[in-house]
Design a protein around this ligand. Structure first.
Ligand code: UT7
Length: 336
């Protein structure tokens, strides 16, 4: 097997040594949505595979979910918060524009030595953060990096728009990255973007281009908007391209991957990606029916569930593949 990271002697390998996740207790079922907008359980399940999603409680922010997921990941790795060197939070729903959600998490964890910053790559955020984090560990800059994907999508969903409100949910997933000399760990990551298609999925107001005013609020421009059909097509193409690129860089065929964890956007997207990659359905991990699309959190939550349930074991080859607003996409191949 070709291991690009280990072929450069001054770099060290990077492993995920702990995972954790946190979803809110409150469940919003398709039946509940039938009472909010003109939709049906039948439409939602056949078009998306989603049956329910978790919604944060009043006063529960992205940083609350992120902190809890991080605590669980640190416990899983057997690492103390004081030993964390860097915290990266991937989110499109930070607690506020600034300070960063990562700084709020750093304080609550008691990660007194850690630097902290947020990144924004929408639903691709977890793999983007993983890629960034891995370079700090590989280059000996830091020993322990905490990567968290966390979202409170319910705060930016337009609950009067049936095209989007049935799709999203809240949650957080976290991973601890360290060098584990006995493992190859992260074999490769690859990322991509296409800002030419930014308008397919956006939250138009509230930034410097269109600051918040009474008019922007009245026009509901602080909620996310999506061209679902175009986004769907782009998602499948980009995820297939990213996955093939990552696998090609490692010289690994799809048949050797024990667990594929795609961004949990829609079961039809997961199925289409698997078919186009030539993967068997049982290789693909899916929990979209329980949580819907949790954006940057989705791969982290799925990874945690796959590991804790024994679906991923030490030595397994794992493929993460993501797609999101931006447009952004990415893939990672990991020897667990
Ligand atoms: O996280 C990364 C980014 N997001 C995604 O990857 C999501 C990508 N897109 C999708 O998953 C799908 O496009 C959707 C699930 C959003 C929509 O599925 P679709 O098969 O593309 O449906 P559509 O948008 O073509 O809508 C079909 C019909 C429309 O009615 P008409 O115009 O044919 O009369 C919609 O108005 O379904 C209607 N519709 C609904 N009906 C009942 C749209 N949403 C709903 C709904 N309940 N919730």
């Amino acid at each position: 097997m070709n291991h690009p990271r280990t072929s450069r002697p001054h770099l060290r390998t990077v492993s995920i040594t702990g995972v954790g996740s946190c979803v809110p207790d409150r469940v919003l079922s398709n039946a509940d949505l039938e009472r909010l907008v003109e939709t049906s359980d039948e439409w939602i399940t056949t078009r998306t595979g989603i049956r329910e999603r978790r919604i944060a409680g009043d006063g529960q922010a992205t940083s609350d979910l992120a902190t809890e997921a991080a605590r669980r990941a640190l416990a899983d790795a057997g690492v103390r918060a004081e030993d964390v060197d860097l915290i990266i939070v991937a989110t499109v729903t930070p607690d506020m524009p600034f300070p960063s959600t990562a700084c709020l998490v750093q304080h609550r964890l008691g990660a007194t030595r850690a630097a902290a910053f947020d990144i924004e790559a929408a639903c691709s955020g977890f793999v983007y953060a993983l890629d960034i984090a891995s370079h700090f560990v590989a280059s000996h800059t830091y020993d322990v990096v905490l990567v968290i994907g966390a979202e409170k999508m319910s705060s930016v969903v337009d609950w009067t728009d049936r095209n989007t409100c049935v799709l999203f949910g809240d949650g957080a997933g976290a991973a601890v990255l360290q060098n584990r000399p006995s493992a190859h760990g992260l074999l490769t990551t690859c990322l991509g973007s296409d800002g030419g298609k930014a308008s397919l999925l956006e939250l138009p107001a509230g930034g410097s281009a269109c600051p918040a005013t009474a008019e922007t609020v009245a026009a509901r421009r602080h909620y996310l908007r999506m061209d679902g059909k175009e986004t769907f097509k782009n998602a499948v193409n980009a995820m297939v391209t990213a996955a093939n690129h990552a696998l090609g860089r490692c010289g690994i065929g799809i048949e050797r991957i024990q667990c594929i964890i795609p961004h949990q956007a829609n079961q039809r997207i997961l199925t289409a990606v698997a078919e186009r990659l030539g993967a068997r359905p049982e290789q693909v991990f899916s929990n979209v029916e329980k949580y819907g699309n949790t954006s940057a959190a989705s791969v982290g939550i799925a990874l945690d569930e796959a590991v804790k349930s024994g679906r991923i074991r030490r030595g397994d080859l794992v493929l993460l593949v993501v797609f999101g607003a931006g447009l952004t996409w990415g893939a990672a191949v990991i020897e667990w």
